[in-house]
Design a protein around this ligand. Structure first.
Ligand code: GDP
Ligand code: MN
Length: 388
């Protein structure tokens, strides 16, 4: 789960990590009021969306005169912001962060994430902050510094000093950096984060180290541990169908193609998407109904697939292991009673009770085609869709 910058900064504050003074607002009036309360001369207005690259896209504006804040806020609220991370459809700006402007001396980069290859948390830091770190890493990898943390020992001060020395920071800043990294590590572990990224981390002209931007992502499987983090979820930032799917415990990700896929198991789902591509089309989604799918779950899954206007055909590809094929068949038949299926449907059932499942489907009077393996199924659905 992702959260907004202003929420990430609330967490930072809780952990004693310095951030600019600021507040989230929802209207131009509120923005104006908030600007008056800010002590600094310069006020920064920042669009709050779950995507970075806002600066370059006009989503971060500096007001040298507080009188300008209301106008800037009006211009941003309700606007669709397109950044290199939002995709071409962009994201609607519904909230703003109004912040004190900071006098930037130097922009650094600092992040903390789990390195899956080494099975341990790693800090990544660089003097080349502010711009796209991916580019720095690609062109000048020697400018990117990594510090691995032994998870059994946790963060140690020497970890922070290692990074600070390699960055060549001044003694006064080293102290602040070592403390900040420790606090970030504590937040990371206690709140179940999967990524913390500060870009830029700034050294101000008066030598303070401040997180000017903040991005935090969480492992969904850790959310049960922290109600406060869970409460940060913003449904405005999520796909409607994905929200609906998560209510029913389905693993659903909307994609841009036209073949809806209903599959059990993430591996089979990936394989199915690959094979659809190989057959010459594009999947409209990733959908794993899971190992223990009930008839009810399958019904919801099928309805979610059909609710996507891009779906021109559906391919059901089930390998019945724990989940029995007749349950899948029952769910599809139930779904068909409630929503009209106007697109072609190809079904491949294999494994536990596949025969019973297929017989139920054939006996239901539904308009569908059966495939005996994944490749045949993918070719059939792609052909049926292209004919329409
Ligand atoms: P992003 O583009 O979505 O990553 O948004 P950021 O929060 O990183 O802001 C983009 C850029 O705006 C930063 O790299 C800074 O250069 C600039 N910026 C943000 N806040 C301030 C501020 O308080 N003072 C100054 N001078 N620049 C700022
Ligand atoms: Mn940034």
């Amino acid at each position: 789960m992702n959260i907004h910058e202003f929420q990430a900064k609330m967490l930072f504050s809780q952990y004693g990590i310095p951030v600019p003074q600021g507040k989230a607002v929802y209207s131009a009036d509120e923005a104006e009021q908030c600007a008056k309360e800010i002590k600094a001369d310069i006020v920064v207005v920042k669009a709050q969306i779950h995507a970075g690259g806002r600066g370059k896209a006009g989503g971060v504006k500096l007001a040298r005169n507080k009188k300008d804040v209301a106008g800037i806020a009006k211009g941003l609220l309700g606007k669709t912001l397109v950044t290199h991370q939002t995709g071409p459809e962009g994201r609607c700006v519904r909230k703003l962060l109004i912040e004190e402007g900071v006098d930037i001396g130097k922009e650094l980069y600092l992040s903390l994430l789990v390195d899956r290859t080494y099975s341990r948390p790693v800090f990544i830091t660089s003097l080349e902050g502010g711009m796209e770190i991916e580019e720095v890493a690609a062109r000048t990898p020697e400018k990117v510094i990594k510090e691995y943390i032994d998870p059994s020992a946790g963060y140690q001060q020497f970890n922070g000093r290692n990074m600070a020395f390699r960055l060549g920071l001044e003694p006064d800043i080293i102290k602040q950096f070592v403390s900040m990294a420790g606090r970030l590590y504590k937040l990371f572990v206690e709140k179940g984060a999967s990524l913390i990224e500060i870009n830029p981390l700034v050294i101000t002209k008066d030598n303070r180290l401040i997180a000017l931007d903040a991005k935090v992502s969480f492992d969904d499987n850790s959310l049960f541990k922290n109600e406060d983090v869970k409460a940060f979820r913003d449904l405005d930032e999520e796909e409607e169908l994905e929200i609906e799917a998560s209510k029913h415990g389905l693993n659903y990700v909307k994609l841009n193609g036209d073949i809806g896929c209903m599959v059990n198991g993430a591996g089979l789902a990936m394989a199915t998407m690959d094979v659809i591509k190989l057959a010459g089309s594009e999947p409209a989604n990733f959908l794993d109904v899971g190992g223990g799918a009930s008839k009810e779950t399958v019904k919801h899954a099928f309805q979610i697939l059909l609710a996507d206007k891009n779906v021109k055909g559906v391919f059901v590809n089930i390998f019945g292991g724990i989940v029995r094929c007749e349950r899948i068949a029952g769910g599809i038949i139930d779904a068909a009673k409630e929503v009209e299926i106007t697109v072609p449907l190809v079904i491949r059932l294999e494994g536990t009770n596949a025969k019973e499942g297929l017989e139920m489907l054939k006996g239901s009077g539904m308009n569908l085609e059966v495939a005996s393996d994944i490749w045949e199924g993918a070719q059939k659905i792609v052909k049926l869709v292209s004919r329409r």
